[in-house]
Design a protein around this ligand. Structure first.
Ligand code: UDP
Length: 331
């Protein structure tokens, strides 16, 4: 199979590439390297069937051609990470909305009706209560704070609406995946993601920074599990035109996560609390609880998680330690 991955040098994109190369598929990745890195795709750059282009999804001239050659497209290219979302609010809207529209338009004009997976986000559920978030829930998006915190959720929601429209009106086989807190190898903590930050802090003996009171909860899904779920959704005819949660439903408070990372690392790092107003800005509205209902995913595809949070953290710590030792050795 010929697979095109936009955002293919990103964290999840590079794992999708690896998964398909392992299956013997041809993989074409495109990425502007704004969040993604060449290091992410370095392990398989020499693989037969792998191709990489550095380009911006909204302006890449060869996009129509690349789409016409693909049987499956994973559209992962997006501006992500809360720190980046707050720093580049206009890029979030421009790249995420216009990029998705261009990919869908090219796919519908291509004539080969490639299967398209659009990466959406649990962020579209907004700051709702404590229950499991179900695809049929109404969505709550705040855009009255004079801040741009919700630009990401709005951009992902617009991407969903575009996907559903191209599926319904033009018969394009589109599936939308709402990804919930995916974690694993190659994820950078630079843009705010909590697990790589805690792992890095614990490995380097630095304070582990818990934002807010630490009682907020998240459910973390190993990236290899998430990638398998995305692939299975693309294989399912029933998933066409559907919006599906993809994640893990095992919840943990951020404070417990900090202590777990510290314990698994055998680290002496202190756990410190940083107010949200310092970590982000005054008036930041943190999401208290986020956990996916996975009934729909399980109804559509035969999927079970294979990797626990503890296993994933152990793998990340093993990868972080040599880097931390290298940093010490070089001063
Ligand atoms: N967080 C934290 N310390 C950090 C980075 C993040 O306590 O160094 C918190 C963050 O405020 C949020 C949770 O961890 O409550 C998850 O953050 P992340 O950005 O990874 O995901 P999201 O908030 O988008 O679910």
């Amino acid at each position: 199979m010929r697979v095109l991955i936009t955002g293919g040098a990103g964290f999840i994109g590079s794992h999708l590439a690896e998964f398909h190369l392992d299956k013997g598929d041809e993989v074409h990745c495109v990425d502007d390297l704004s969040t993604g890195t060449l290091e992410n795709v370095a392990p398989f750059r020499e693989c037969e069937g792998f191709r990489f282009d550095r380009a911006e999804i909204r302006t890449w001239e060869a996009l129509p051609e690349a789409i016409a050659a693909a049987e499956r497209i994973y559209h992962m290219a997006a501006v992500v990470g809360m720190f980046r979302v707050l720093a580049e609010p206009e890029a979030v809207l421009a790249t995420n909305v216009a990029g998705t529209e261009r990919v869908l338009r090219c796919a519908s004009e291509a004539g080969n009706a490639p299967r398209v997976l659009i990466a959406s986000s649990s962020e579209v559920y907004g700051p709702v209560g404590t229950h499991r978030l179900d695809e049929t829930d109404g969505l709550l998006v705040h855009c009255d704070t004079a801040k741009t915190q919700w630009n990401y959720a709005l951009s992902k929601l617009a991407g969903e609406a575009l996907g559903i429209t191209y599926s319904g009106s033009f018969g394009l086989p589109v599936t939308i995946a709402r990804l919930f807190n995916t974690i694993g190898k190659r994820q950078s903590g630079r843009y705010g993601m909590v697990v790589p930050r805690f792992v890095q802090q614990a490995a380097q003996g630095e304070p582990i920074t818990v934002f807010g009171d630490g009682l907020q909860t998240r459910s973390f899904c190993n990236v290899e599990d998430a990638v398998r779920a995305l692939h299975l959704l693309c294989e399912s005819d029933e998933a066409e035109g559907e919006i599906v949660n993809v994640g893990n439903d095992h919840s943990i408070t951020i404070l417990d996560l900090a202590n777990l990372v510290r314990e698994l690392a055998g680290s002496g790092s202190p756990v410190v609390f940083v107010p949200d107003s310092e970590a982000y800005y005054r008036g930041f509205m943190g999401i208290r609880h986020r956990k996916p209902a996975l009934d729909k995913l399980r109804r559509l595809v035969d999927f079970e998680h294979e990797q626990s949070l503890e296993d994933t953290i152990m793998d990340l710590l093993a990868a972080a330690r040599p880097a931390a030792q290298g940093a010490e050795a070089t001063g």
